[in-house]
Write a protein that binds this ligand. Structure first.
Ligand code: PEP
Ligand code: MG
Length: 717
């Protein structure tokens, strides 16, 4: 109608124009609904109310709730108010304002208004609103009254307010007020300012920050203007936060090679494996077609602080030809794409990024958080760099070092493959002999980085076939090194094939079959600890050796015997008084249910909730992403149980295990090192059930510290 009449604004239309528009809308209504638009005001009102209730269930609302951890069961409310008209001429108007700047947190009124308009006009952007301060010139009394109300509301709610108002013929109506949404930076500044202004105490300041927002302070982000304008071409799982923009590469080697030349690359793969680590490090971000929130790509990216989008099933991948398709659009090596690890969105072009900035208030809030929390926060780290980063971010130890991740750098993989592809014990021991000094060196660096804080080292866990070479060149190299034929090696590799490797020959089962692996790892841990203790007499170096995937106390007894005999012999030979602990992961339901028996052997428990969730639900942690979307739609699940701990099932097993464990070993210490250790809601649960620590990837350490403090504060209330 506006086009037709050659006008720009709604208010320029005449009464007749509006009448005609109303008729058009009514006709549209009838054609869609099949009956006349109701003329009974009560019926209209009920219809409007029902529409608001229905909005609780629209797809956007469902996604928003999932992202913000809001339960579906809450439902929404409808507030019916008398209408105030902002479009009754130039003594009327409408606007939106914040009591503080929601982008920076600065204490300044920020907002906009439009004269002779309704709220919709401000939101729709057809007219350019005026800054709120200009209301002081147009309607000074109304402005003064508005300022008074702003102060009153902020003083009452003790938080920054986001308000909507309408002026009807110089009379001010407040339509709504709520605590305003804000950037992470603003959230920290506002919380600190409110404490300094005497409005709130430290506990309240700690409680009012959403821990998940801290992510944006720790990782590069997309330029907000550019990202708002960009349209995603696909969406995957928001596996590790941050922003990635670069040229597509399909292999870890290409990532390394191009990055070495100074190019910014993103690694796109069906899925990643430990072999890809160096390429993942070299890339700006990792995008995978398969895999969920606890897939290799997701876990490793989070650890490195790299951005990752996983499980993007919209991608049709042809790795062999280095091309993939999203719909009809093809993407080749060297094409530039962007993706957002915080939303999972993927874009077919370059979007500029901005670096993370840590404001001064960040440290203050973290200091307060540390003051009030009782749960310790450790980190999952396998390299000295990750460990150092985690220390910087406040980690109080290592809760999980996945030793298998240490076998990939440089030439280690060669020795490791020699070990796997051995026919005899002697052959295997020879290969292990090569690995021993490398592992020992790595452990020394980890102990150094942790400066006397506890370090938990988990012995080899994944199925061995994950490490075998796949390309011809590597098979040849291995055959040469072992004096075997390529055919021999291929046969050995084929023997390692398993129908269901996640439930196959992995974890402690490897040690039951090949105790010599645990012997080597024990020697490496103990020798490293003795050396570091010698160099730093004031540090408490007490390595915690953790055996994975125990399901039966006799398994632990068997493996522990090897570990203890080896460790004690090492300590004796060195004339040292080193103390060490042997404990287990609880990641198999049977272990949780027999924890009283297991605790007779285990000096500590650490819940591996990635596997525990997998085995409790019977969902593959790598494939669940494929069907979870249907579960959300069917309202069976509201969240990914691999990201947010399932309190009713997995949680109950944890509670049971703690109770049983303490019944036979009251002093047992318990932690969690599954991905849930960095999820705020799961951290709260861990606090409530009395865990001693949570362990998470380095960049989630501040999130866990804050969430732990919030849990303690809310429990004390
Ligand atoms: C776990 O299962 O929760 C765990 C931490 O071990 P991983 O992820 O290495 O299997
Ligand atoms: Mg596990």
């Amino acid at each position: 109608m506006k086009l037709e009449k050659g006008v720009k604004q709604d208010v320029e239309l005449t009464a007749d124009d509006l009448k005609s528009l109303a008729e058009q809308f009514k006709a549209e209504y009838k054609s869609k609904i099949g009956k006349d638009f109701p003329t009974d005001p009560k019926e209209q009102l009920i219809g409007a109310i029902e529409a608001v209730f229905r909005s609780w269930d629209n797809p956007r609302a469902n996604v928003y709730r999932r992202d913000n951890d809001i339960p579906y069961s809450w439902g929404t409310a409808v507030n019916v108010q008398m209408m105030a008209f902002g479009n009754m001429g130039d003594t009327s108007g409408t606007g939106v304002a914040f009591t503080r700047n929601p982008a920076t947190g600065d204490k300044e009124l920020m907002g906009e208004f439009l004269l002779n308009a309704q709220g919709e006009d401000v939101v729709a952007g057809v007219r350019t609103p005026q800054p709120i301060k200009e209301l002081a010139d147009t309607m000074p009394e109304v402005y003064d009254q508005f300022i008074d109300i702003c102060n009153k509301l902020e003083n009452h709610y003790r938080d920054m307010q986001d308000m909507e108002f309408t002026i009807e013929d110089k009379k001010l109506y407040m339509l709504q007020t709520r605590n305003g949404k804000r950037t992470a930076k603003a959230a920290l500044k506002i919380a600190c300012d409110l404490v300094d202004e005497g409005m709130i105490d430290e506990q309240k300041a700690v409680s009012m920050i959403d821990p998940r927002n801290l992510d944006s302070l720790l990782h590069p982000q997309f330029d907000s203007y550019a990202i708002n304008k960009a349209i995603p071409v696909a969406k995957g799982l928001a596996a590790a936060p941050g922003a990635a923009c670069g040229k597509i590469v399909f292999t870890a080697e290409d990532a390394k090679a191009r990055a070495a030349k100074g190019e910014k690359v993103v690694l796109v793969r069906l899925e990643t494996s430990p072999e890809d680590i160096e390429g993942m490090k070299a890339a700006q971000g990792i995008l995978t077609v398969r895999g969920g929130m606890t897939s290799h790509a997701a876990v490793v990216a989070r650890g490195m602080g790299a951005c990752c989008v996983s499980g993007c099933s919209a991608i049709e991948m042809d790795e062999a030809h280095k091309v993939f398709k999203i719909g009809v659009q093809e993407f080749h090596e060297g094409d530039v794409i962007s993706f957002d690890g915080t939303t999972g969105n993927i874009y077919d072009r370059a979007i500029p990024t901005v670096d993370a900035t840590i404001a001064g208030e960040f440290g203050r809030i973290m200091e307060w958080a540390d003051k009030y929390r009782t749960l310790k926060v450790r980190t999952n780290a396998d390299t000295p760099e990750d460990a150092a980063k985690a220390r910087e971010l406040g980690a109080e130890g290592i809760g999980l070092c996945r030793t298998e991740h240490m076998f990939f750098g440089g030439h280690r993989i060669d020795a490791f493959r020699e070990m796997i592809c051995s026919d005899t014990l002697e052959e295997r021991e020879q290969a292990l002999e090569k690995l021993l000094p490398l592992q020992q060196g790595d452990f020394e660096k980890l102990f150094e980085a942790m400066e006397g804080n506890p370090v938990t080292i988990r012995f080899l866990d994944p199925p061995l076939h994950e490490f075998v070479p796949s390309d011809e060149e590597d098979i040849r190299k291995l055959a040469d090194a072992k004096g075997k034929t390529m055919e021999d090696i291929r046969k050995l590799i084929a023997q390692l094939h398993e129908m269901n490797p996640m439930m196959g020959h992995r974890g402690c089962r490897l040690t039951v079959t090949f105790p010599e692996i645990a012997v080597m790892q024990t020697k490496a841990v103990i020798r490293a600890a003795i050396n570091v203790k010698k160099a730093h007499a004031d540090w408490e170096v007490v390595p915690e050796i953790m055996i994975p995937l125990i399901g039966d106390d006799k398994e632990l007894k068997f493996v522990k015997k090897t570990v203890v005999e080896t460790a004690d012999a090492e300590i004796k030979a060195a004339g040292s008084d080193l103390k060490y602990e042997v404990g287990t992961m609880i990641e198999i339901p049977r272990a949780a249910l027999t924890a009283d028996m297991i605790a007779k052997e285990a000096e500590f428990f650490c819940f591996g909730t990635n596997d525990l969730t997998q085995m409790t639900y019977g969902f593959s942690r790598d494939d669940a992403g494929k069907f979870l979307e249907s579960y959300y739609k069917a309202k069976i699940f509201e969240n990914d149980p691999f990201a947010k701990l399932d309190r009713d099932g997995v949680g109950k097993l944890m509670e049971t295990a703690i109770k049983l464990g303490k019944s036979t070993r009251p002093e047992i210490h318990c932690g969690i090192c599954g991905e849930h250790g960095g999820d705020p809601s799961s951290v709260e649960f861990c606090h409530n059930i009395g865990l001693d620590y949570v362990s998470c990837s380095p960049f989630r350490v501040p999130i866990a510290r804050l969430a732990a403090a919030q849990a303690a504060i809310s429990q004390a209330k």
